[in-house]
Design a protein around this ligand. Structure first.
Ligand code: NAD
Length: 294
């Protein structure tokens, strides 16, 4: 895959300065990964606590490397200083690529993207880490939709190799090349996909979850399904995976998939994850999903 990506990236110039909007689970992870692999990054949030958490998370990951003797404390300090936290758009006129990773709300994303576009150079690229919102739709907020695409990371960012680079209707080849280049600089494995509900990964994952849902409805114990899938070679089974991702996130994405592909994904009964969402069993994030977490 990376051989193809390297071909695409040839047309893209090196990303010397990046920025990320949102310092949450994903934004913090993106900032860490970019800085760790040598691309300085500005991290913007609207809340100081968000920035503090993002910096703390990056510090924790780097400290682990230092403790294992895989990094010197000086190197750790240098990497941390290449993440610039800000509550404003300070330094955004220096950025080549800006990754948006704020809350999954179309209205908020539209306003954040439009505002950001005013603070970056005309040749800079904007990319959204949205999991479920159409890239073509998000681009409607922009004056330069050709400079915009999706850059979908997976959680936890430092550990998951795949990045989906999503081409919206107006995305230019140069934009795709730049973002693929940045993903490679971050040590990731980018794949370029067209804009559609679920992009590539969720389009494959959610029919798998739908199969799981049906088996549970038929009375098969979810623990047994997890075991069978682990024995098959999956790193974890579907129930455990939903707990890790978050039942609330899965439930929302399932609704998006059902709307996008009603003939395949819509059913007249509630799926297991919808029932669990109603019971507020959100998975690892609140200690109770399919499994219990201490
Ligand atoms: P999160 O709630 O952990 O973080 C969101 C951050 O955005 C918060 O720190 C918040 O203060 C900040 N924010 C809100 N409005 C802002 C604004 N106007 N400007 C700057 N910052 C702002 O959310 P998350 O889980 O990191 O998700 C972020 C995005 O990444 C979403 O679009 C989500 O769909 C996507 N995503 C999430 C996952 C995941 O597993 N969590 C995986 C892939 C993609």
């Amino acid at each position: 895959v990376n051989k193809v990506a390297k071909g695409v990236a040839k047309a893209g110039a090196e990303v010397k300065q990046a920025a990320v909007l949102g310092a949450g689970i994903m934004g913090g992870g993106i900032a860490y990964q970019s800085a760790f692999k040598g691309t300085p990054i500005i991290m913007k949030d609207i809340a100081q606590e968000g920035l503090d958490l993002g910096m703390k998370e990056a510090g924790k990951l780097l400290s682990k490397r230092v403790a294992r003797g895989r990094m010197s404390p000086e190197k750790m300090a240098a990497i941390l200083s290449s993440i610039e936290p800000t509550l404003h758009y300070q330094g955004f006129d220096r950025t080549d690529v800006v990754v948006e990773a704020v809350v999954e709300n179309p209205k908020v994303k539209h306003s954040v993207l439009a505002e950001t576009e005013k603070h970056i150079r005309e040749d800079a690229v904007l990319a959204s880490n949205t999991s479920t919102i159409s890239i073509t739709y998000l681009a409607e907020a922009l004056q330069r939709p050709e400079n915009f695409c999706g850059m979908h990371f997976f959680n936890p960012v430092h550990a998951m190799p795949l990045v989906e680079v999503i081409r919206g209707e107006k995305t230019s080849d140069a934009t795709v090349a730049r973002v693929v280049k940045y993903a490679l600089q971050m040590g990731k494995t980018p794949i370029v996909v067209n804009d559609c509900p679920g992009f590539f990964v969720n389009r494959v994952l959610f029919p798998y979850f739908a199969g799981f849902n049906m088996l549970v409805r038929d009375g098969v114990d979810f623990r047994r399904i997890d075991k069978v899938m682990e024995n098959f070679g999956m790193p974890m089974g579907p129930a455990y995976l939903m707990d890790v991702v978050g039942i609330d996130t899965c439930s929302h994405a399932a609704a998006v998939m059902a709307e996008g592909f009603p003939e395949r994904m819509k059913h007249d009964f509630k799926g297991v994850s919808e029932l669990m969402y109603e019971e507020k069993r959100f998975g690892q994030k609140n200690g109770l999903g399919f499994y219990k977490y201490e």
